[in-house]
Design a protein around this ligand. Structure first.
Ligand code: AMP
Ligand code: GLY
Length: 411
């Protein structure tokens, strides 16, 4: 038996922890720093933060056979490089490779170099240049801060006033910040995820995230309010196009000498003119992971270590549909205060929720972040999976907020 360390603290890491714990080879799954809900799922918390590289290495060296990184910040900061230098097994990309996510300019240049379809964009370094670029692009226009922003650094502006206020907000703090002014793309959005090592990969079924805060895709962008997978609204042809873009990306990475393993996540828009890349992420998505991993019947530990040694196991899937609904603080994405109680006794009695922003309070569990937990429903059809998710969520929601239409586009 082996132990595994998962780095991160969200519902994605809860899902990863559960998947590792289900392996007959895995004894203990440690999560650093994790959250106060995770022990209810049998996960063991390690009070070390994601940026405490030296302590994480010391812990991993004596306690685990494998470390798996969930979120983007430690990847961009070089946590994988540091573990590799220390001779420790870790699944995730180096900082150099993670630039495909952490720098939108790096990603755009990569896409151009390798002929990968994406929205046209210009980079501005001050407010006047950005406003000129918006004028030239026309409306609607997409404004993106370069750098990691947890899905919240993107504004789709449909009016000139909205574009101006987004730009003013970005430049208020950083007057010379690189900002992308991007062509607006319309179509159906898919999340395409694969675990890879070099050009060898294990491709997951397509998922659809719901990034806007409110029903009907209204309101501000969030980290993700819910997801469905598989997503039957996408055709076989579209799935093949998505797989081809994964392979084209991995081939481009190899051609550029960007070696290594990790998770490749394409944010893809199927437009009338074909699929276009919105972004790369070099990690599992949240909430996509919560609906992808339950489909996989393989031993997830074995799948990961096999891939690290260069072998791609074919996935065995349940064949069922999964809908994940995020329970969020009602102020999310702007505010996560005041701290609210969560319905502790109900949560403690259940193991079908995936804790995220959960903390210990004086009277039980309470909110400790914007996205508080994900509840996943399952069914033989999208409609049954959606009904299952909301049935499971209802007694747990309490004072929290959720969208009521996760999965609706698949019905
Ligand atoms: P990103 O962080 O780049 O994935 O952007 C967050 C969200 O903004 C995406 O999931 C899309 O819903 C939306 N978005 C980003 N880029 C575009 C674009 N060029 N056209 C339309 N919507 C976009
Ligand atoms: N689901 C969006 C993300 O993980 O970035």
């Amino acid at each position: 038996m082996v132990n595994v360390l998962v780095i991160g603290s969200g519902a994605r890491e809860s899902a990863l922890g559960k998947a590792f714990l289900a392996s007959p080879q895995v004894e203990t799954v440690f999560v650093a720093p994790g959250n106060a809900g995770m022990p209810l799922l049998g996960l063991t918390l390690v009070p070390l933060y994601e940026d405490d590289t030296a302590s994480l290495i010391a812990f991993a060296r004596t306690n685990v056979a494998l470390t798996f990184v969930g979120p983007e910040q430690p990847l961009a900061a070089g946590l994988v490089d540091a573990f590799q230098d220390a001779g420790l097994a870790i699944f995730g990309p180096t900082a150099e490779l993670a630039q495909l996510e952490s720098s939108k300019q790096f990603a755009k240049a990569f896409m151009a170099r390798h002929g990968l379809p994406t929205a046209t964009a210009t980079v501005a370094h001050d407010l006047a240049a950005a406003q000129a670029a918006v004028q030239a692009a026309g409306l609607p226009v997409v404004i993106k801060a370069d750098g990691l922003a947890a899905g919240k650094g993107v504004t789709v502006a449909t009016t000139a006033a909205a574009a101006t206020s987004a730009l003013q907000a970005l430049y208020a703090d950083h007057p010379a910040a690189p900002v992308l002014i991007e062509q607006y793309l319309s179509g159906a959005e898919a999340s395409v995820l694969a675990m890879f090592n070099g050009t060898t990969r294990v491709l997951f079924p397509l998922a659809q995230d719901h990034k806007r805060r409110f029903d009907g895709d209204e309101g501000p962008n969030t980290g993700g309010m819910g997801a469905i997978s598989p997503a039957p609204q996408f055709t076989t042809h579209q799935r093949e196009q998505a797989a081809a873009l994964v392979d084209q990306t991995l081939a481009g990475m190899a051609a550029d000498g960007l070696d290594g393993c990790g998770v490749l996540y394409l944010g893809l828009m199927f437009t009338a003119a074909g699929p276009k890349l919105l972004e790369y992420n070099l990690r599992f998505g949240d909430p996509e992971t919560q609906v992808l991993l339950p489909q996989v019947e393989n031993d997830f530990y074995q799948l990961t270590v096999d891939l690290m040694s260069g072998a791609a196991e074919p996935l065995t899937l349940t064949g069922r549909t999964y809908v994940g609904v995020v329970a969020a603080h009602p102020g999310y994405p702007q505010a996560t205060t005041p701290v609210l109680p969560v319905v502790t006794p109900a949560l403690e009695a259940r193991n079908d929720w995936l804790p995220a922003g959960i903390a210990h309070g004086t009277d039980g569990l309470q909110t400790g972040g914007g996205r508080v937990f994900t509840v996943v429903g399952v069914g033989d059809t999208p409609a049954a999976a959606q009904a299952s998710a909301y049935d499971r969520l209802r007694p747990l929601l309490g004072l929290l907020a959720s969208r009521t239409d996760i999965g609706a586009k698949a019905l």
